[in-house]
Design a binder for this molecule. Structure first.
Ligand SMILES: [Mg+2]
Length: 213
């Protein structure tokens, strides 16, 4: 895998938009168990807006930071739900992590996941175990950091982050919501995967597939 350019990141966001659109019904169904059944719609609107905004730009003329900042702005404008500011902050942090660079070195790419997770955690203030998207993002970031610091190949690090996010999302079925809208359900949220964690696992999976080549 060679260094990631702005064009590669735009391709990644296009893949995210397509996959989230395909999973829209599934995510709304999950949200229907513990929320208002709109999570898939919000996420599809957000990533759809990101893909359209990026399609209008010339990849050769913008930096990776510009790509993430454009993603942040368009996601925030398109999504009124709580996931709007959370993903906007995630993209801003990813952009800030690579400020001034024309491309992202392959072995540094998993740090995108780490920066996004930190942004979501700082903005949302949820802790692991609260049954939110953090239960997918946090383990993904831990796996990404561990692999990256151990000098493992990026493809391997992304695969580990993806697996951690998927396991983290699945584990939310056994949690009682204490943050966000579903917290009013208390024990009744047990047995259902958190939709925000489910979409987070999809996002990490698509990023892993796209960025690891
Ligand atoms: Mg909802």
């Amino acid at each position: 895998m060679s260094a990631l350019t702005s064009a590669d990141l735009i391709k990644m966001f296009r893949a995210l938009s397509e996959r989230i659109e395909a999973e829209k019904g599934f995510l709304c169904e999950l949200d229907g168990h513990i929320g208002d059944a709109d999570h898939g719609i919000a996420m599809a609107q957000g990533f759809g807006a990101v893909a359209r905004a990026l399609d209008a730009l010339d990849p050769a003329a913008i930096s990776p930071t510009d790509v993430f900042n454009t993603a942040a702005k368009s996601f925030l404008n398109a999504v009124g739900a709580s996931s709007g500011p959370l993903y906007a902050t995630a993209f801003m942090r990813a952009g800030a992590a690579f400020k001034g660079k024309d491309a992202i070195a392959a072995d540094e790419a998993p740090a995108i996941i780490e920066a996004m997770a930190r942004g979501i955690q700082d903005r949302g203030k949820a802790e692991p175990g609260d049954k939110t998207m953090i239960d997918a993002w946090q383990p993904a970031a831990v796996a990404a950091a561990a692999g990256r610091e151990a000098g493992k190949p990026a493809a391997e690090v992304f695969a580990a982050a993806r697996k951690a996010a998927e396991e983290g999302a699945a584990a939310t079925a056994g949690m009682v919501a204490s943050k966000g809208r579903s917290s009013r359900l208390g024990e009744r949220s047990l047995g259902h995967v958190d939709p925000g964690a489910a979409s987070a696992a999809i996002v990490v999976a698509v990023m892993a597939e796209s960025l690891a080549g």
